[in-house]
Design a protein around this ligand. Structure first.
Ligand SMILES: [Zn+2]
Length: 122
């Protein structure tokens, strides 16, 4: 499953081509903002995949694999990891105060996850 691949390389997956992407780029055209997944450079040319208009719907799509047939096929851990990766991509563009706050939220989340893991290992 594509989500497992993303977890392995530690990058979120592009919903268009299923390859991991390095970041999300925003482009403004006629006052509307559009999102593109950035895949790095091929020679000198940057490679982008068009994701869609910058609304919350797109972000949900970026986190969930599009090729799933039912909810049972979803790798929940990969989804969780991709969601956190995407969160980090978005927070990286904000101010230092917001970044500090986001880092604290992630640490608390990590502690909660660790508690669940320790409980399962018992
Ligand atoms: Zn892509």
């Amino acid at each position: 499953m594509a989500g497992e691949k993303a977890e392995g390389v530690g990058l979120p997956l592009c919903p268009r081509c299923n390859a991991p992407y390095l970041g999300i780029h925003k482009k403004e055209v006629n006052g509307r903002t559009y999102l593109y997944a950035y895949h790095g450079k091929q020679g000198k040319k940057p490679v982008y995949c068009y994701l869609g208009p910058a609304d919350s719907y797109v972000h949900v799509e970026s986190v969930l694999p599009l090729d799933l047939k039912s909810l049972e096929d979803v790798n929940l851990l990969a989804v969780a990891f991709n969601a956190v990766s995407l969160y980090a991509v978005r927070v990286r563009r904000s101010g230092s105060e917001e970044k500090k706050e986001a880092a604290l939220k992630l640490k608390h989340l990590a502690e909660d996850i660790l508690k669940i893991a320790e409980d399962l290992a018992r």
